[in-house]
Design a protein around this ligand. Structure first.
Ligand code: G3P
Ligand code: MG
Length: 235
């Protein structure tokens, strides 16, 4: 299985509706996007702590209202073809995924631990009010507190832990979270780590692989889902 990363970050500006569309057009069933809260507590879709890298504006996402965030252009930096693209609210992104029949790997992007609880609360509220189909959703995070809070508030939705540092105790500390999946940085995945994850009957995903020639190597290790910026380049 393949997942478009941040939409399809090599095909369209990351974390935009155009990016989600590009992932669907490339033929994937899964898409990954990042969400965090605006100053007025609206879940929006953007990766960095600030809008600086991916827009024509400047400022911290958590200090800007959704109106201010909507006013910046997140398409032109990538290509003039995408001029006028705006930061999606999570509600808009959910609608787009539903329309395109994509399964959403929603990364709860936490830059500071204190953001974990409010972000989960607002995201869960939105999932419940929009009645987004839970079988089309996976909530993922580097932040264990966020995943723990998801487990409490919406246990029926699958949870995935994003991992960039592995040690012998990693799996033990994850068992209590009753995870669906572990999402490994492909640079640190070894056959031994892959085996220990699969032994726990967890789905194994890797990020962010942009070299299609390595796909077979990872599949042989047991990788179930490859997260890539360029789903067009994989078979
Ligand atoms: O979900 C995996 C991947 O998105 C984690 O890294 O920094 O691209 O959000 P990042
Ligand atoms: Mg991400």
């Amino acid at each position: 299985m393949l997942t478009g990363h941040r939409g399809a970050a090599l095909l369209a500006p990351e974390n935009t509706l155009a990016g989600i569309e590009a992932a669907a057009k490339a033929g994937v069933n899964w898409v990954e996007i990042d969400t965090q809260l605006s100053a007025d507590k609206v879940p929006v879709v953007i990766h960095d702590k600030t809008v600086n890298r991916t827009s024509n504006g400047k400022g911290k996402v958590g200090e800007m209202s959704v109106e201010e965030l909507k006013a910046v252009d997140v398409g032109s930096w990538f290509s003039e073809d995408f001029a006028g693209e705006t930061i999606p609210t999570l509600a808009e992104a959910l609608e787009t995924c539903l329309r395109l029949d994509l399964t959403l790997n929603l990364e709860l992007k936490i830059h500071n631990d204190v953001e974990a609880i409010p972000l989960v609360e607002h995201v869960v509220k939105l999932i419940k009010t929009t009645q987004f189909p839970i079988d089309k959703l996976l909530l993922s995070s580097f932040n264990k507190n966020a995943l723990l809070h998801c487990q409490t508030l919406i246990p029926e939705v699958r949870r995935g832990f994003i991992c960039e540092v592995w040690n012998d105790f990693s799996l033990d500390s994850l068992v209590a979270l009753e995870l669906f999946s572990v999402h490994m940085d492909h640079n640190i995945l070894t056959p031994e780590i892959a085996q220990s994850i699969k032994q726990e009957e967890l789905t194994l995903m890797i990020w962010t692989l942009n070299q299609p020639e390595k796909a077979q190597h990872f599949k042989e290790m047991g990788v179930d889902n490859i997260i890539t910026d360029n789903p067009d380049s994989f078979d």
